[in-house]
Design a protein around this ligand. Structure first.
Ligand SMILES: Nc1ncnc2c1ncn2[C@@H]1O[C@H](COP(=O)(O)OP(=O)(O)OP(=O)(O)O)[C@@H](O)[C@H]1O
Ligand SMILES: [Mg+2]
Length: 382
């Protein structure tokens, strides 16, 4: 556990970067520091491993005051990942990853074997090992940065905007892999980002900071979206927070419409007999949805259903998923019927947006009025 106790950092020019920060980052969890540029995130992070010394206050790591631990000893147990991966340009990827274990006196063979294993864990094929950082894409370099920080197997990881220099698709992949890794490793992680969506996706707890290094709110992602502490946090978490909060609500049991389906290779006339409102869902022989087919009455009834004729616009929702996923499936479906599948991707049935909204309303009423007496709750309540 990392505990900030009234920590202040004033730089020599008088800038107060962090102001009396109290914060606990629990062991085995991801605590995200998020806030606008210049609010003191990096300063807070670097005070944990004493790359920056606090002006006043204390930081405790597992109940030891970090000021009393020699900094080299402290850093041995703390991995550090920064925005542009910070790789050594003149060392190969494998040597970059093995650097810290080698410094710690591990023998070369063991360090390399472990480095190969880590590259695989972060999703990089072994043939990258002999390349130099400049021969990798930004996203690949970030993976190497994560592998390198993990190499000494530190119980604590500090990550400063590690995924922000890559495009949104790669960032999404890196985030997913990071969450998967963390579910196996259970490190104590403090993660800095200025992206509220990233904070909400990755954080067990999210600390929102405002400029001047003030903690505005520390809460779980769901709580941050549903109960922002003040106007600053509300503004920062953004406009579509009501919709995003659905990402934390399980869909529970939802009545599903049993959908008649068609197959690729069928004659259009036969597919048309299975259509509702001009749309029929095409699945493979294993009941896995392939796409929607528009059948509007005319056209050659003896023509075949082809994969190229399908509309792939709708997303699929897994039955055990969230209300957000199920609502998205309904809203994105060209037929207006959202497709729900089981864990193996087989069709269970469909659901409309209004059915999902009814479910949202049902859950809201079941939860009762908000403890802070939100006026909006009053009128619909029964
Ligand atoms: N060495 C320094 N000397 C003086 N002021 C500094 C120094 N380092 C940072 N600052 C100031 O401290 C404040 C906090 O900086 P910090 O780097 O912690 O912010 P940040 O939240 O990480 O911002 P960003 O999102 O842009 O990375 C800023 O106003 C910055 O200008
Ligand atoms: Mg920063």
């Amino acid at each position: 556990m990392i505990r900030f106790e009234s920590v202040t950092k004033t730089y020599p020019d008088g800038t107060v970067a962090v102001d009396r920060l109290d914060l606990v980052a629990p062991s085995g969890e991801i605590t995200v520091l998020v806030g606008p540029s210049g609010c003191g995130k990096t300063t807070s992070l670097r005070m944990i491993n004493r790359m920056i010394e606090p002006t006043s206050g204390r930081i405790l790591l597992d109940d030891r005051d970090t000021a009393s631990v020699p900094s080299h000893e402290l850093r041995r147990g703390i991995g550090y990942v920064i925005q542009h991966a910070g790789l050594f340009p003149h060392r190969t990827i494998i040597d970059n990853v093995a650097t810290v274990p080698l410094l710690l006196g591990e023998d070369k063979k063991a360090a390399r074997a472990r480095a190969y294993e880590l590259l695989e864990r972060v999703g990089l094929p072994a043939h990258f090992a002999k390349r130099y950082p400049a021969q990798l894409s930004g996203g690949q370099q970030q993976r190497v940065g994560v592998a390198r920080a993990l190499a000494a197997d530190p119980p604590v990881m500090l990550m400063d905007e590690p995924f922000s220099a890559v495009d949104p698709v790669v960032r999404d992949q890196l985030q997913n892999e990071f969450l998967r890794l963390q579910s196996e490793l259970g490190k104590t992680i403090v993660f800095v980002t200025h992206d509220i969506d990233e904070a909400i996706k990755l954080g067990d707890k999210v600390a929102v900071l405002r400029v001047g290094g003030h903690l505005a709110q520390l809460a779980s992602p769901a709580e941050l979206l549903s109960k922002p502490a003040d106007a600053f946090v509300a503004g920062f978490v953004g406009r579509d927070r009501g919709y995003r909060a659905l990402g934390f609500a399980g869909a529970g049991s939802m009545p599903l419409h049993s959908e008649k389906t068609a197959r690729v290779g069928w004659e259009l006339g036969r597919a048309r007999d299975h259509a509702e409102d001009g749309w029929v869902l095409v699945t493979d022989d294993d009941a896995q949805p392939q796409g929607w087919l528009r059948v509007d009455g005319d056209g050659d009834a003896s023509a075949e259903v082809t994969p190229g004729g399908l509309n792939l616009g709708g997303t699929l929702a897994v039955e055990s998923g969230t209300l957000r996923e199920i609502l998205d499936a309904a809203l994105s479906s060209p037929s207006g019927r959202g497709v729900v599948v089981d864990e193996d991707g087989r069709l269970l049935g469909t659901v409309t947006a209004s059915q999902v909204l009814a479910k949202i309303e049902e859950q809201r009423l079941a939860a009762g009025p908000r403890p802070d007496g939100d006026a909006l709750v009053k009128d619909g309540a029964q």
